[in-house]
Design a protein around this ligand. Structure first.
Ligand code: HEM
Length: 659
């Protein structure tokens, strides 16, 4: 047989595969009932609107399309594929509320599975397996368990504040070597004011001279400012947090960068990122996460030509090693925790540490990390309903992937919004300083955390920042069966007819634009695009904080007046605070909303409390910040896009009046 015969057969098979897949795609477009909907004409035959959508946070495309076509329309994907874009609250509630009938499309699940080094975690599982995992994981994210993790958030917030103050100290000393700067930090209880009474005149003069010198130092210190890449530092802080609070693992990522930045040649304010100096697990996670986030033409081809995944999924050596490291460390962590649980007096019943050791409840955080609580919950489940070792391992990397960059992005955008609104920032600081912090910063009392969690203006700021800067700007779903989807108000189709539902066909893809919904002018008002925490005042005033336990799927829809209530009246179907920021779900037919939302809210509030009391954030007005979407929305300096994601903020020590 001539050599070219098998080659010819192979070639014909490959060409045949591409031609039939391509034809199937075109046929599917042709048969989709979504063709009947109005929408913008595609700007490219192959890429449809994918490029515009990738830049949606900067070009405002979704809002512009909505203004033209309403809340229900189609845009185009690869080779002109019809995709439903809906911000109609009833349609969104239907799709997200039937999570198992409308799962994430394969290409999203695939990217997430690559990111978390496996497809058995909560982010990627589906149907009964997802329901089982969600039930077992829920106790780890309960309001009471998250509250018990607050000291971890506190310790990391204080560590970051101290690092930034050290940068300021170095800067002040560089300007004035005599200054020998020290910063009194208000979270340590604040400086004591030494009143000199009954001293004779000379002593009083000396005191005055010292006081004036101190004042001058304080002035110097408060004049000194450095620019920090807030995104990088906060990503380190939130990585440390999820390591400690998630599974008792110390990444020490902040400390590594602080060491580096204190070296004489380091640029002031730089986190000093040196991959080789990072801890082993941080390096492994970054390698996997970075690889999964890379977007190129192959990413699109893999979506539509699944056979290519055999080649496309091949991992490089670094990625393989990173996966092996994650697996090894993950298994070690699971073993350690299992051993600790076995040693608990009530382990036989799978009880909680509260039940096991009431006398030691508040003394230690041990046993309260997400992994320990999940393992305990697993043990107390029916043996045939338990998570396998691999499933548990995948949850560890899922917590890392889902819980660290999201909160870092949320905090970064909050500081950015505050830097752009100095009056709001000053007002927030006044409110934060109204809470006395009398105990040592290392172990503040629970009552302080309660007060921070319930501080109305802080709540308003957090809600407003998460409304305006949702870290996850949209999500996608695919129909697993033909369906008739309800709408809240009729819309006009391509033929000019009024329609009161959307017909979808199995395989149709839909996009839910969380960020655009959070900014809809008909819900939030004409000033929807402005950062105005006051819009929440009426809803927050006197309302219970979001830390209250809520049944899975019920969400926290408190607030009876103001913007929150207006959104709720219009049935904005968000899990928390009538916002779409954390998605939504339904306990009965599939709850895929963020399981970690309470964790991030408490973490955000503690960080803002600690950082903003003593530091002022500003931004050079000439710096233009853009948003880049790569699963999470991150900032970029427009004129320095080659430098990648960054958020340069200027920080300044801001002494309280008593300093
Ligand atoms: C500000 C911070 C956060 C934001 C904005 C956020 C946002 C979201 C959103 C929008 C979803 C739903 C995605 C979809 O429907 O396609 C989600 C799911 C999820 N989030 Fe978060 N998240 C945050 C923090 C966290 C944290 C701290 C954790 C864990 C420690 C976490 C763990 C998860 C997990 C495991 C899921 C998948 C849930 C499921 O499918 O059942 N998230 N998150």
């Amino acid at each position: 047989m001539p050599i070219f015969t098998p080659l010819l057969v192979g070639f014909t098979l490959v060409v045949g595969y591409f031609v039939t897949t391509f034809a199937r795609l075109l046929l599917r477009n042709f048969r989709s009932p979504l063709r009947a909907l109005r929408g913008p004409p595609p700007s490219s035959f192959f890429m449809g609107h994918l490029r515009e959508m990738h830049n949606q946070e900067n070009n405002d495309i979704v809002a512009r399309w909505e203004a033209q076509y309403g809340k229900t329309f189609v845009y185009r994907g690869f080779v002109g594929g019809y995709r439903l874009m809906t911000s109609d609250p009833v349609t969104v509630a239907h799709i997200l509320g039937h999570a198992y009938e409308y799962p994430k499309p394969d290409f999203i699940t695939d990217t997430l599975a690559n990111m978390v080094a496996g497809n058995e975690g909560l982010l990627t599982s589906d149907g009964k397996v997802h329901k089982k995992q969600r039930r077992i994981l829920t106790p780890a994210f309960s309001a009471s368990n998250v509250k018990s993790l607050t000291p971890v958030f506190w310790a990391k917030a204080v560590e970051l504040r101290d690092i930034w103050q050290n940068l300021l100290r170095r800067d002040a000393e560089a300007q004035d070597p005599q200054s020998n700067s020290t910063f009194s930090t208000s979270v340590d209880g604040g400086p004591s004011s030494a009143e000199s009474t009954g001293l004779h005149a000379r002593q009083r003069t000396e005191e005055k001279a010292h006081a004036e010198a101190d004042d001058a130092k304080t002035r110097n210190r408060s004049l000194s400012s450095v620019t920090v890449d807030a995104l990088d530092w906060l990503a380190r802080a939130t990585l440390d947090v999820i390591g400690d609070a998630g599974f008792g693992y110390h990444f020490n990522s902040l400390a590594a960068a602080a060491r580096r930045s204190s070296e004489p040649e380091a640029a002031p304010g730089a986190a000093g990122y040196q991959k080789s100096e990072e801890n082993e697990l941080a390096r492994a996670f970054a390698a996997i996460f970075d690889a999964a986030q890379q977007f190129h033409i192959m990413t699109i081809l893999l979506i539509w030509f699944p056979a290519l995944r055999i080649i496309g999924r091949r991992k490089g050596k670094t990625e393989k090693e990173a996966r092996a490291t994650m697996r090894r460390i993950g298994l070690e962590l699971i073993e350690e925790r299992m051993a600790a649980i076995a040693a608990e007096p009530s382990s036989a019943s799978g009880g909680s540490p509260e039940k096991a050791a009431p006398d030691k409840q508040s003394a230690s955080l041990a046993g309260r990390d997400l992994l320990s609580v999940l393992l305990r919950s697993n043990l107390s489940s029916n043996p045939d309903q338990r998570l396998s070792r691999n499933e548990i391992l995948c949850q560890v990397s899922s917590f890392l992937a889902a819980g660290h960059e999201t909160t870092a992005s949320a905090l970064t955008w909050t500081l950015y919004a505050l830097a752009r609104a100095p009056a709001v920032q000053a007002q927030l600081r006044t409110h934060l300083r109204s809470i006395p912090v009398s105990s040592s910063s290392s172990s503040p009392p629970t009552v302080l955390f309660e007060r921070i969690a319930r501080l109305p203006y802080l709540e308003c700021v957090v809600r407003e920042a998460l409304r305006l800067h949702a870290p996850v700007c949209s999500t996608m779903r695919v129909a697993t069966a033909d369906d008739v989807v309800p709408v809240s108000e009729p819309y006009v189709d391509r033929a000019g007819q009024l329609r009161d539902c959307v017909r979808v066909r199995r395989g149709d893809i839909m996009t839910i634009p969380f960020q655009a919904m959070n900014r809809a002018p008909d819900v939030w008002g004409a000033d929807a695009r402005e950062f105005r925490p006051e819009r929440w005042a009426a809803a927050v005033d006197g309302a219970e904080s979001d830390e209250g336990e809520s049944a899975e799927g019920d969400g926290d829809r408190e607030g009876t007046t103001g913007a929150g209530a207006r959104a709720w009246k219009r049935k904005m179907p968000g899990l928390w605070s009538n916002l779409m920021t954390f998605g939504n779900g339904n306990a009965i037919s599939g709850h895929r909303a963020c399981i970690g939302y309470r964790f991030s809210l408490v973490e955000m509030k503690i960080f803002l409390f600690v950082l903003l009391r003593d530091l002022e954030f500003s931004i050079n007005p000439s710096v233009e910040i853009e948003k880049r979407i790569n699963i999470v929305t991150r900032p970029l300096v427009k004129s320095e896009s080659d430098k990648g994601n960054q958020m340069p903020l200027r920080i300044r020590y801001i002494p309280s009046e008593s300093s």
